[in-house]
Write a protein that binds this ligand. Sequence first.
Ligand SMILES: NC(=O)c1ccc[n+]([C@@H]2O[C@H](COP(=O)([O-])OP(=O)(O)OC[C@H]3O[C@@H](n4cnc5c(N)ncnc54)[C@H](OP(=O)(O)O)[C@@H]3O)[C@@H](O)[C@H]2O)c1
Length: 335
Amino acid sequence: MGQIPEMMRAVVAEGSGGPDVLKVVQRPVPNPKEGEILVRVKAAGVNRPDVIQRQGGYPPPPGAPDILGLEIAGEVAATGPNAARFAVGAPVMALVPGGGYADYAVVHESNALPIPPGLSFEEAGAIPETYFTVWTNVFDRGRLQSGETLLVHGGTSGIGTTAIQLAKAFGATVIATAGSQDKCDACLRLGADAAINYRTQDFVTATKEATGGRGADVILDMVGGDYISRNYEAAAQDGRIVQIAFLQGPKAEVDFRRLMVKRLTHTGSTLRPRSPAEKADIAEALEEKVWPLLAQGRCRPVMDSTFAFEDVAKAHARMDGGEHIGKIVLVIDKI
Ligand SMILES: NC(=O)c1ccc[n+]([C@@H]2O[C@H](COP(=O)([O-])OP(=O)(O)OC[C@H]3O[C@@H](n4cnc5c(N)ncnc54)[C@H](OP(=O)(O)O)[C@@H]3O)[C@@H](O)[C@H]2O)c1
């Protein structure tokens, strides 16, 4: 394992703005406290919330470091008091409330998971943020059942590619929306039953057509804006709409009669501010229900690109450009 140094490299946003505000700085290596592990990070996923944080719109919750990064994979470098789940040297991936873009990160051991066989550190580092988010929103809050239809907006996003694979693996029919033909093709290759190019097709009409007029049982939405009203139209009777972001804005004029008449449930959640105990519950469900699928290769993170640690600004520029399909990952150490 080698000695743990006192200082490490870490990425922070100096001010807010474009990718050039990201700076690699020196910070003290954090100490694992009660129940925590220190992970020597090998790969860290880049997520849209990191971009929003860089732009000044998503400050870290109280107690979280200002270092960017919500998910990591690496090896356990040290364990804190009463952390007994993983041995030093064990390969793990983890959901962190911040601090992922660094040589070392601390996390409560219950928010870390073993890396299933056959997955690289880069792939493992691309898993926690989207798998935790999709599980808690599509399966917990949205209560998606086998035989139902999921409509997922942003089908080629990190979140979308995960939602398509998991919903298919659990027996749902999946309709995805995306902003180009290439992205629609990628959704179909991932297993989506139908893909709607929202720039050329009305997703409400296309969803109705794809479901014989019924509509979607669950809708995972990160767009907001006028999608809120259109989701109500695209939803089936007793449909559940789960809001995870508002890329097109949080305000809308909505005819709420549809909510009442169709008996819709409109809910939403954010993952980052939840307590380690709540995240541990999600981790437990994932380990039981989804980790066997990862081990069998029945789902896998879709890797768009990897960037060296010092090229973090390029990684963010790639996400800003919006051309990516799947996950962008920072390689923190030579793998
Ligand atoms: N609530 C939570 O707990 C939680 C957790 C994680 C992520 N999120 C949210 O989930 C979303 C996806 O995250 P991600 O990391 O998977 O991001 P991502 O890969 O960058 O995906 C964003 C997707 O949104 C689509 N999109 C639609 N309208 C857009 C707009 N106005 N601006 C930018 N993109 C737009 C893009 O697809 P097209 O090119 O097809 O339009 C793109 O695929 C983000 O909004 C993020 O904040 C929420």
